[in-house]
Ligand binder design. Structure first.
Ligand SMILES: [Zn+2]
Length: 338
């Protein structure tokens, strides 16, 4: 299976939290948290279309300025999802600067903030050419835990307790479309942008008589065939489960929220999960509303995730990262069986 996405921690496990999720065949990327983003290139930052902020403690949000700096003067929209208070936090950041000349910009950045409340979703817009003045768009009651729903993917959240309610996220590709290479060869159809159109039509559930136009690659760009989608949706492709990538950070381990997280992240291909402390310091973890490595392993094991990556290690364990990893691994193996 050729993956459609790849993701990575922006910093090492002792660094600020941030995960960069890149779409491999589209010019866009998602960020989960905005810790220090300087390790990302400008090219990577310019691909960011959606940002999912767990909460706005400084180590999770300081990168907002860097992203803003790179995105200014571009015709693009940045959509920022976050917990209660995120709108004021974004406004506060934007109010920290002077914007008297931005109306002259030809290209204008738009920042749309979607604030997730206990029962509501509030959308606010800040447009560069309007000097980033706050424009309340709408507020409505929240029906479910879905933040973003597209034909091919969905992003969901659940609240966790970090003394304040904050967000944990799950990104899910609904299913994965694999093109049969031998079928392409048999028909003498070269791969190209037409394949992306074809897949999009399947994800968008177009009808069987929708016409797939097969083209030769540029500069030729000749039409090689026109075939109804209904003939190709089974002959040319196979379907496998999509990728699921989850991001959980800064949570107090409580049975109820742990169960909600386990439910959301279950069977993730990859789970990014904080492990601030060792189990020997579990009282400290509780005081600071963080997970221990053993608790992170418990969640990963119970959720039967394929792989997990730990981050957000407390600086007190510098040089002891192997202990955090093996404690989580042991707990994971133990709970995977149950
Ligand atoms: Zn944190």
């Amino acid at each position: 299976m050729r993956p459609n996405f790849k993701s990575r921690l922006v910093n090492g496990p002792f660094g600020d939290p941030a995960v960069y999720l890149e779409f491999l065949r589209e010019r866009r990327a998602f960020l989960f948290d905005l810790g220090d983003l300087r390790p990302l290139s400008n090219r990577e930052l310019l691909k960011v279309s959606h940002v999912f902020v767990s909460h706005t403690h400084v180590d999770h949000f300081i990168g907002f300025d860097h992203l803003l700096r790179i995105s200014l003067g571009r015709q693009k929209e940045l959509v920022v999802f976050g917990p209660p208070g995120i709108t004021d936090n974004v406004e506060g950041k934007l109010k920290g600067y002077t914007w008297n000349l931005v109306h002259n910009y030809v290209e204008s950045l738009i920042i749309t903030v979607i604030e997730v409340g206990a029962t509501t979703i509030k959308t606010t817009r800040f447009r560069c050419h309007r000097r980033f003045e706050r424009e309340e768009l709408h507020s409505c009651s929240r029906k479910d835990n879905t933040l973003l729903e597209e034909p091919a993917l969905r992003v969901q959240f659940t609240f966790v307790n970090h003394l304040i309610p904050i967000l944990a996220f799950c990104f899910e590709e609904k299913y994965h479309i694999n093109v049969k290479k031998n079928e392409l060869e048999r028909r003498n159809w070269p791969p190209g942008p037409w394949l992306a159109e074809f897949k999009k039509a399947i994800y968008e559930n177009q009808s069987d008589d929708w016409i797939v136009v097969v083209r030769s690659p540029k500069p030729d760009d000749k039409i090689l065939a026109k075939v109804p989608l209904g003939e190709l949706r089974h002959e040319l492709v196979t379907y496998t489960p999509g990728q699921k990538i989850s991001y959980v950070t800064d949570m107090l381990f409580e049975p109820e929220s742990a169960e909600k997280v386990i439910d959301m992240v279950s069977y993730s291909h990859l789970l990014y999960i904080e492990a601030c402390f060792l189990d020997e310091d579990k009282n400290l973890a509780k005081e600071k509303y963080h997970l221990t490595a053993a608790q992170a392993g418990y969640i990963a094991g119970r959720a039967k995730v394929h792989k997990f990556i730990l981050f957000h290690f407390s600086p007190k364990y510098q040089g002891r990262e192997k202990e955090l990893i093996s404690e989580a691994r042991e707990s994971y193996e133990k709970h995977l069986q149950k």
